[in-house]
Design a protein around this ligand. Structure first.
Ligand SMILES: *[C@@H]1O[C@H](CO)[C@@H](O)[C@H](O)[C@H]1NC(C)=O
Ligand SMILES: *[C@@H]1O[C@H](CO)[C@@H](O)[C@H](O)[C@H]1NC(C)=O
Length: 431
């Protein structure tokens, strides 16, 4: 879809000042790999450069995965005498700048981590009150991305404005460096970041931390709804999906809801669950940041992460998906094209405990555009990569337990018969 993306780039340039944090980044949701889910605090130059080389050797950069993001625990416990952060010289004997250079030499980009608090979550020094110094140091190290956490924020949260003010300081500090640095806010959905982050950041976490569990209530992640006083952690895949469902309307070019890092390739989720997880993350245009042990990527993991059609739902001509309905054991999600083609993606989630047959009716697919319901479409199963022929009025599918059917509907009648496609989203994508 090169035409579409250059169109969006042109549009973004044109609209410049109204977009995101105005840094020209994340015109499509960012993709890459982050150290945390596999290595937690056990990071060093070898693990990070090893991961960068593995990403490259697997050819994942060819699918759009290009950020290597270093998470918490990279610094010393004290700032230096002039108040600057210091990297841990045991973990990084040649320094962070050297590591960034090596990552850049591979054609990849380098991401850094800090917290909008007194400390990071691992109790290393945080950036609250030191935003200018830290942003300057990150720019000097040629950082391309900042994941900015929410631990130890000294009570500077509780209303959207308080949180906005705290996160805006770093947004300005990054901008003042003159280096385009993707700004990824990680405040776990506290104080409704979807209402205030789009003008200062490229993405914002909308829930507590993910865990590699498909669907389980957990008091450590007590909220079932997107408005949440205690976001916590150990949030299951279905918990996050249910919270994200109404938030798609807040995302736009350069400003995305972040459903947290991918659990694809980590233990505990079966093949069906991982495909479901990856599909919805792509369809709602969450950043696609891998978190598995990339140096030991299995065939199956690679197959999921490199499905070009599913990645296309994130990076291609599609708007942000929304949920058409939620029943006890199933959900229907739809994703409209933004190129005027009238194509539509449908995704049927079977979150029940048995394989099941489902019928998807076009009245639930084309919610607002009645004349599109009456047309014929060519149906393609995007996970099996097979054309299923022409369909009208409804689709019948069998979906495995904890699985998903993702199908693309392409207009299959005389182009002159194509219904006029309404543009009802305010998103810049859809203008
Ligand atoms: C800084 O912000 C201005 C205006 O908001 C924008 O035009 C510029 O591209 C930004 N620069 C960087 C490096 O983010
Ligand atoms: C503190 O670190 C900064 C950035 O690396 C450096 O420029 C400065 O010289 C250091 N200050 C001292 C006292 O070592």
């Amino acid at each position: 879809m090169p035409q579409v993306s250059s169109f969006i780039v042109a549009l973004a340039t044109l609209l410049g000042h109204s977009l995101a944090s105005d840094n020209g980044l994340a015109l499509k949701p960012q993709m890459g790999w982050n150290t945390w889910n596999t290595f937690a605090c056990d990071i060093n130059e070898d693990t990070i450069l090893g991961a960068a080389k593995a990403l490259k050797d697997l050819g994942l950069d060819g699918y759009g995965y290009n950020y290597i993001v270093m998470d918490d625990c990279w610094s010393l416990h004290e700032r230096n005498a002039t108040g600057y952060l210091q990297y841990d010289p045991v973990k990084f004997p040649k320094g962070i700048k050297h590591m960034a250079d090596e990552i850049h030499a591979l054609g990849l980009k380098f991401g850094m981590y800090s917290s909008a608090g007194k400390y990071t979550c691992g109790r290393y020094p945080g950036s609250l009150g030191f935003e200018e110094k830290d942003a300057d140091l990150f720019a000097e190290w040629e950082v391309d991305y900042l994941k900015y956490d929410n631990c130890h924020n000294e009570g500077q949260s509780g209303t959207p404005l308080i949180s906005y003010n705290r996160y805006e300081v770093m947004s300005k500090a990054l901008n003042n460096t003159g280096r385009p640095i993707l700004y990824s806010i990680c405040n776990w959905g506290e104080d409704s970041p979807w209402d205030w982050a789009p003008t200062i950041a490229n993405s914002w976490r909308m829930s507590g931390d993910i865990v590699n569990v498909f669907d389980r209530y957990d008091d450590r992640c007590p909220c079932e709804d997107y408005i949440c006083r205690l976001p916590g952690h150990h949030c299951s895949i279905m918990n996050i999906i249910n919270k994200a469902a109404p938030l798609g309307q807040k995302a736009h070019t350069g400003a995305w809801n972040d459903l947290d890092m991918l659990e694809v390739g980590n233990d505990n989720l079966d093949y069906e669950e991982q495909k479901l997880h990856f599909s919805i993350w792509a369809m709602v245009k969450s950043p696609l940041i891998m978190g598995h042990d990339i140096m030991h990527t299995s065939e199956q993991t690679l197959r999921i992460l490199t499905n070009r059609d599913i990645i296309g739902l994130s990076q291609g001509k599609w708007g942000v998906a929304y949920r058409s309905y939620k029943k006890e054991h199933s959900q229907l999600w739809v994703q409209d094209s933004t190129d005027g083609s009238g194509d539509m993606t449908v995704a049927l989630i079977n979150n029940g405990d048995k394989d099941n047959d489902f019928t998807i009716y076009f009245e639930d697919v084309f919610l607002d555009e009645w004349d599109r319901r009456k047309k014929k479409y060519m149906l393609t199963d995007l996970w099996r990569s097979v054309h299923l022929g022409t369909v009208k009025n409804k689709i019948s599918v069998t979906v495995k337990r904890h699985g998903i059917f993702v199908g693309m509907l392409e207009f299959a009648e005389d182009p002159n018969e194509k219904p006029k496609i309404k543009k009802y989203h305010a998103d810049s994508d859809e203008l």
